[in-house]
Design a protein around this ligand. Structure first.
Ligand code: ZN
Length: 224
């Protein structure tokens, strides 16, 4: 029988996956959070992830994924490559895109889940704010779901609570789940490795800040 009481969350310690973790905690009896060490520039994100899991009482696993760094040099993994400030005009993804990253994360999350008889895998990808990353699109997730099921002869469900909502609505969801301050102060989204509200200047900070301001603006309007 399928285990629907438990789920695996692909967890980076950023705004989106922390919101998903809060969501999963409400939906399931037990949640496992999985983070990946791919020798990312900002190792601090793994510390953030661990602290958040400790605070929420979630079992946390960090899997070694160094191969990804060897194969795909990138502005998130190499200190000598600067992060693109915007997506290139030719429509190719910005250099913060790591080839295959989400696919590899979901694959290993699925292998982990199956060992425990778990079918539900949660990831914080969003097509609304996908920053030009092809592996954040719904069509990729659906295709990956089919591939995993065929690969392991098992019925996985990849669940994407943020797929169709933007950053403003993601803040709103975190707030509804009682985690607004946790997400605001203890997550790391910034490409320059600054926790909480971040450096304010990199593409990830700008996207996060725009959403936050929109959400806080809306909240004030509603309350007045
Ligand atoms: Zn930043």
């Amino acid at each position: 029988m399928k285990n629907k009481d438990e789920a695996v969350v692909i967890f980076s310690g950023g705004q989106d996956s922390t919101t998903c973790l809060l969501w999963a905690k409400k939906e399931y009896k037990k949640v496992y959070a999985i983070s990946f060490d791919y020798n990312q520039k900002h190792k601090k994100e793994l510390d953030c992830a661990k602290k958040i899991c400790d605070e929420l009482g979630v079992e946390h696993h960090i899997l070694d994924m160094n191969l990804l760094n060897q194969l795909a040099p990138n502005s998130l993994t190499r200190s000598d490559i600067e992060v693109d400030t915007s997506a290139p005009e030719d429509g190719t993804p910005p250099n913060s895109f790591v080839d295959g990253r989400n696919m590899v994360f979901i694959l290993f999350g699925a292998i982990f889940a199956k060992q425990k008889g778990i079918s539900d895998i949660i990831t914080g990808v969003s097509q609304s704010d996908f920053s030009g990353y092809p592996d954040c699109r719904d069509i990729f997730i659906k295709s990956m779901n089919v591939t995993l099921n065929l690969a392991m002869d098992y019925e996985f469900d990849i669940i994407t609570p943020l797929m169709w909502i933007d950053k403003e609505a993601t803040w709103e969801l975190a707030d509804k789940l009682g985690g607004f301050n946790l997400v605001r102060n203890k997550t790391l989204t910034c490409y320059n490795g600054v926790m909480g509200d971040g450096c304010g200047d990199c593409p990830a900070c700008k996207l996060r800040k725009r959403g936050l301001e929109a959400y806080l603006g809306k909240k004030t309007t509603v309350h007045n």
